[in-house]
Design a protein around this ligand. Structure first.
Ligand code: FMN
Length: 335
């Protein structure tokens, strides 16, 4: 009997197959379907710092100046107002998800600065979430703000969430830091329970006919996994925090790579949005078949086997790989 169990954030999970924060987990019906198809845990869609700040600002102004200010401030964030839920319905969603699902429910807070809004983490805990994923999506545009200041801000944010809560905290990071190992080590010091590698960076597209800059969401492709494997393999063994891999996990082979790099879990959104929830079941069957064929007994047995600590030749993880990759290219030009 192959043992697919894994531990993540101190939670015992039946497999490494976790559904990442996305519209897939917006309804309790889908959460039940995801559980039935093999999800071992799900991350709920994020509630946003802007949304929380907006609600508390609106409440302050309503109390002092009348009610029109809420509608006014909503104009700045029309998308959040229509597409995202408010605080109460977010907490209600956690409670309902907990009541229908037998798997852990991870909530998600999305913000980049510490501030009063992080108190909402406590309410998330009280609503029964098993853990909280903190998505620290910062988009610096001010040339006076240094990289060090941004990283300190993220560490401060995590510290203040940790102070407000007792549930495990995972931190979802962007890959765009000068030194990911340094930031991960700093997050480790403030008690981060897991790092989630990585956020995808959604760039707007340019419409050259209408001269508009418009949001564009393209689902991931399996090639995006390589960046995650690289940093997971480098960080594995250096952190107390667990590592979760998200971004480009589309198949059982991708899950295996994520585990061999050193991930505790492999998270998925795009592949399920493309192929449907039943894709989870297919991935789990493929995973079991591969493990049986290759005589693996457990997920634990293969974890980190392709990490930088385990492979005899570490050059693929270092600068040497860059030189080797470029020089291995054979020029094939059309005639
Ligand atoms: C439509 C959509 C909505 C998403 N919403 C969130 C969100 O609210 N919070 C978050 O942290 N990540 C969100 N994500 C990112 C996913 O959780 C995931 O990290 C990313 O899509 C990479 O995984 P994938 O390659 O399996 O799609 C969203 C992704 C998609 C496609």
């Amino acid at each position: 009997m192959i043992d697919l169990t894994t531990e993540y954030l101190g939670l015992k999970l039946k497999s490494p197959l976790v559904v990442s924060s996305s519209p897939l987990t917006e309804s309790t019906e889908n959460i039940q379907r995801l559980e039935a198809a093999g999800a071992s845990a799900v991350v709920l869609p994020s509630i946003f710092e802007e949304q929380l700040t907006l609600e508390s600002n609106a409440l302050d102004s309503d109390l002092s100046r009348g009610t029109e200010s809420f509608a006014e401030s909503l104009n700045y964030f029309p998308a959040y107002a229509s597409y995202r839920q408010g605080q109460d319905s977010y907490l209600g969603h956690i409670r309902r998800a907990k009541s229908v699902a037998g798997i852990p429910i991870l909530a998600s807070l999305n913000g980049a600065t510490s501030g009063g809004w992080v108190k909402f983490a406590k309410e998330i805990e009280q609503a029964g979430a098993d853990a909280l994923e903190l998505n620290t999506y910062a988009l610096p545009t001010d040339p006076h703000v240094t990289s060090a200041a941004i990283e300190d801000g993220i560490v401060e944010l995590v510290r203040s969430v940790k102070q407000n809560t007792t549930i495990p905290i995972a931190v979802k990071l962007s890959p765009q830091f000068t030194s990911i190992p340094h930031l991960a080590a700093e997050l480790d010091k403030v008690g981060t329970d897991a790092v989630v590698l990585f956020n995808r960076f959604y760039q707007p597209d340019f419409d050259i006919e209408t001269l508009n800059v418009t949001p564009r969401l393209i689902l991931s492709r399996p090639e995006e996994l390589l960046l995650r494997l690289h940093w997971t393999a480098i960080l594995y063994g250096d952190l107390k925090a667990d590592i979760a891999v998200t971004g480009g996990v589309h198949s059982a082979e991708d899950v295996l790579k994520a585990i061999m790099a050193g991930g505790q879990v492999a998270m998925m959104a795009s592949t399920l949005l493309i192929h449907g929830i039943s894709q989870l079941d297919t991935i789990q069957s493929d995973l079991l078949r591969w493990m049986e064929e290759h005589e693996y007994q457990s997920i634990r047995q293969m974890r980190g086997s392709l990490s930088r600590r385990s492979v005899p030749d570490v050059s693929p993880f270092e600068r040497g790989n860059y030189i080797k990759t470029l020089s291995s290219y054979t020029l094939r030009m059309p005639a």
